[in-house]
Design a protein around this ligand. Sequence first.
Ligand code: ADP
Length: 228
Amino acid sequence: MSEPNLNLSAVSYAYDEGNRKLQILEGADLSVNSGELVALVAPSGAGKSTLLHLGGLLERPQLGEISLCGQPTSKLSDRARTMLRRTSVGFVYQFHHLLPEFSALENIAIPQMIAGVNKSDAEKRALELLAALDVDARASHRPSELSGGEQQRVAIARAAANNPKVILADEPTGNLDPDTSNLVFDALISLIREHNSSAVIATHDHNLARRADRIVTLKDGMVVPTGL
Ligand code: ADP
């Protein structure tokens, strides 16, 4: 059995709303292995984004442990968590959040350069990723000159730029038509399989969710398996 790249163990998280607590997770467990894609399907407001933020170390749980690539994170400083996030996690959002004034290629090269890769190596890898996702013909174009599906594939390439072991995607196909959604999902699947990384993909799209290795939902603060 392979090592989980992402492991949540007995995680509890509540938003503090003044005089009451909004309990989102309570004793939640989730383990995602190398090469595995998990679809997270739950109604709006159930806590999908919260779970992805916790898994990506953007928030700290009040209880429990979250490990990335075997490294427990609860006792790490904020600075160490940020470093680990930069090297181990890639985020993909519903709206691409690409930098509008830079080309597709630059949007993928920049995070690598921030991580210390030199410009020519960063651009070479950016082009390889764009080619793997079949958008290399659009490398020199700015996000506003790309279709929605192309923008999302560039956003996936950017999330993968530093070779993270964990990709967390929040409704990555939420604003795309079914055919384009399939293309974008194909891109995610091939990246995860090829690099033996792991993905948790929050989606409302049942057809796409069925293509993941596993489907989970949130119930009573726990992550539980579900069928669709
Ligand atoms: P989902 O992604 O499944 O739609 P979220 O994780 O965004 O759900 O939100 C879960 C619940 O927590 C919702 O009821 C939402 O209103 C609430 N919530 C989200 N962020 C905050 C916050 N910063 N402060 C208080 N409540 C929040």
